[in-house]
Design a protein around this ligand. Structure first.
Ligand SMILES: Cc1cc2nc3c(=O)[nH]c(=O)nc-3n(C[C@H](O)[C@H](O)[C@H](O)COP(=O)(O)OP(=O)(O)OC[C@H]3O[C@@H](n4cnc5c(N)ncnc54)[C@H](O)[C@@H]3O)c2cc1C
Length: 375
């Protein structure tokens, strides 16, 4: 099948697009490879944006990735605006039409907003992070809506920058992602460092006197000089409208990332089959493993391996470095594998279905060994 593909176009220059391009080359594709990326910058590490990059004492390189060696023609600052899947033609915002034999859709997602004001900040791109870092340097009072990984990491960075920080969240921090045990651990570390935490349903962002503010369900206004919303992301699929591939949600692909034999999708924009449903897994390692699988499917069709998801997630916040191998959330009490519950620890949870998840908390262990604990 490799020999029939002469031109492959990758839409999206994030980690999924980059990995797909690298994997296509590694898989033997030596034809014309074109990458279309809406951002003007080369691919960078998004996870760094809410961690080292927010800390004023660190340099501005933590997000950098090694320069690519896939040899693709990179059209950066260019956006795909339309797709004719039957003619196999992609249209860009400057009117350019790109013909392809194979297409990788890796257009990722964007931050969800709760209001309409431009003073409601979000954290998705390097530009967002640089702007936030600059604002934090004057130590404003910060209000963050959202107690997921992004909101809590940003809260940690803002506290370290010397700001007063309030997080408004509708559930205990990171409980949905990691489960109650780690949520309590993170909450304790956060409040010990001075975070004000408001856990309440129904908060919204309203315009008051020309400023975006957070209003709780009882009408209370939580005021701050900076408002950051960290309330999830929306897959970038609008450009596929009319192509017959998108229905307004994420792109539901098969277990090899395919929408059609010659069109694959990977990363935050894609929903792979899992336990009978198509679900997104908008995390860094999933984007990488999905992009590898999708590139393989483009080159080798049904002979390519299906996705065997090996979930891996990490977060750094409030002096905690937490890494999780295996399925989350983690329910119940952990087994202490090594270390101490009140210090560096290696933990394991057994799920009801017989699988396990392993977690390191400030505990140094290579990822393969952490994964091994899930066996
Ligand atoms: C601040 C932050 C911190 C994070 N921290 C962690 C973490 O600690 N651990 C973890 O596992 N995950 C983390 N994540 C999630 C992780 O970064 C993402 O899952 C991953 O980056 C997704 O990669 P992607 O390539 O699918 O999408 P993206 O990174 O969104 O890349 C898609 C690219 O496509 C471009 N694009 C969109 N539409 C078009 C178009 N029509 N034409 C051309 N280009 C287009 C976009 O501009 C973007 O550059 C974090 C995310 C954020 C925002």
């Amino acid at each position: 099948m490799v020999s029939t593909l002469k031109r492959i176009v990758v839409v999206g220059n994030g980690i999924a697009g980059l990995t797909a391009a690298d994997s296509l080359r590694a898989g033997g594709f030596d034809g014309e490879l074109t990458m279309v990326g809406a951002e003007t910058r080369p691919a960078y590490s998004r996870p760094a944006l809410s961690k080292a990059l927010l800390r004023s004492d660190t340099d501005l390189t933590s997000h950098e990735l090694p320069p690519p060696d896939h040899g693709a023609t990179e059209l950066l600052g260019r956006t795909a605006v339309g797709l004719d899947a039957d003619r196999r033609v992609l249209t860009l915002d400057d009117g350019t039409e790109l013909e392809y034999d194979g297409l990788v859709i890796a257009s990722g997602s964007r931050a969800r907003r709760l209001g309409t004001g431009s003073d409601e900040l979000v954290l998705r791109t390097l530009d967002d992070a640089l702007a936030l870092r600059e604002k934090l340097s004057s130590r404003p009072d910060v209000v963050i809506v959202g107690g997921g990984p992004l909101g809590m990491e940003a809260a940690s960075g803002a506290l370290e920058a010397g700001c007063r920080v309030t997080v408004v969240t509708n559930e205990p921090p990171l409980e949905r992602q990691l489960g109650p045990y780690l949520s309590s651990h993170i909450t304790a570390a956060a409040t010990a460092r001075g975070l004000t935490l408001i856990i309440t349903p129904g908060a919204r962002v309203v315009d008051q006197d020309g400023r975006s503010r957070v209003e709780l369900a009882d009408g209370t206004i939580i005021d701050g000089e900076i408002l950051l919303s960290a309330v999830g992301d929306i897959p970038n699929t609008e450009w596929l409208e009319g192509s017959g591939l998108a229905d307004g949600g994420p792109l539901a692909v098969d277990s090899r990332g395919r929408l059609r034999p010659e069109i694959v999708a990977a990363g935050d924009v894609a929903a792979f089959p899992l336990a009978g449903a198509n679900v997104r897994s908008p995390i860094w390692h999933s984007a990488i493993e999905q992009a590898r699988v999708a590139a393989g499917a483009l080159l080798h069709g049904d002979a390519a391996p299906e996705l065997q998801a090996q979930p891996y997630f990490w977060t750094e916040l409030f002096d905690l470095n937490i890494r999780v191998a295996g399925r989350t959330p983690l329910v119940g009490e952990p087994e202490l594998v090594d270390g101490a519950l009140d210090g560096p620890a290696l933990l394991r949870w057994r799920h009801d279905d017989g699988t396990a998840a392993a977690v390191s908390v400030n505990y140094r262990i290579p990822i393969p060994r952490l994964r091994k604990l899930c066996d």
